[in-house]
Design a protein around this ligand. Sequence first.
Ligand SMILES: NC(=O)c1ccc[n+]([C@@H]2O[C@H](COP(=O)([O-])OP(=O)(O)OC[C@H]3O[C@@H](n4cnc5c(N)ncnc54)[C@H](OP(=O)(O)O)[C@@H]3O)[C@@H](O)[C@H]2O)c1
Length: 314
Amino acid sequence: MSAQLMNAIRVYHYGGPEVLKLERIPLPRPEAGEVLIRVHAAGVLPYDWKYRQGLFKDSRPASFPYIPGSSFSGTVEKVGPDVHEFCKGQEVFGRSQYGTYAEFTVAPAAGLMLKPAALSFDESVTIPGSAVTAWLTLFRDGELKKGEKVLIHGAAGGFGMIAVQLAKWKGAFVIGTCSAKNVDFLYSLGVDTVIDYTSKSFDKIVQDVDLVVDTIGGETLDRSWSVVKMGGKLLSMVEQPSVEKVQRFGLKPVKPYSLPHLEEIETISKIISQMIIGKQVKVCILKKFPLEKVQEAHELSQRGHGRGRIILNV
Ligand SMILES: NC(=O)c1ccc[n+]([C@@H]2O[C@H](COP(=O)([O-])OP(=O)(O)OC[C@H]3O[C@@H](n4cnc5c(N)ncnc54)[C@H](OP(=O)(O)O)[C@@H]3O)[C@@H](O)[C@H]2O)c1
């Protein structure tokens, strides 16, 4: 019998958006401990186009051809041998190393989350890719506490929009940077002070913050050191902050970001799911693209001036 085929995006070599090719390939087969999932939504993260460009080729070289994407939401199609906790038809979300820019993906059953009915596929796909990272950055690595002051750069982006809301939920005083078009959006999310980086220098306005979360790097990161109070913390999602500057400015050292145990990811995902359902956290989707428009989705993400998350609806 001939293999069942699916639409999938594959990359054969590093390059621009043009290396993203739509192909018909055989469905993956779930091995022991794995689940085959029919993908409804795949998150388009900046990591995906950075990886496609080869920016991580030394530390995480690609095995070509590969299917891009890591976060998904979808429906269980089939379970592999030894998987008893899931069954066909259940709605789930999670992360896959197989690639998610495809009609089907496989993921380990351990780490797969059941999607509550009140949560949409589009909302749930933002949890494994951005919201869990934002939680860990703020509360585990940043040790942000109620009443503290946090400055979040790139606050309107897919990562930032969740981070500012989680920080508010914690009871922090939240300062966010963005361009003029996103100022009202950030106030609508509850941010206390919004700074339009195109017309004002945040380092002339802000001082004595307990924590900076940087998603921009470069001169934004350089100008951030002086706004943190002694004993505070500076975390960057894009560069490893200089150890020498941590000492010079009297800040607390921070370990590089690491993924925690699956149980912790599960617990955090459940809390965030309930926050989204309870409208304590709003999810903004910048734009949805069908699989065949993936090149446009990457071009938009690469421009780096969005509001919320970009999604492929498969
Ligand atoms: N998503 C994640 O979970 C995750 C995890 C680890 C690392 N990261 C990294 O974090 C970075 C941001 O990710 P993302 O998913 O939030 O990206 P994104 O959705 O593309 O958002 C980027 C945001 O940055 C803002 N921005 C651009 N230049 C700025 C500046 N000079 N000052 C302040 N804001 C500025 C843009 O807002 P305006 O349109 O208003 O300019 C845009 O909203 C990426 O480099 C990514 O690789 C993300």
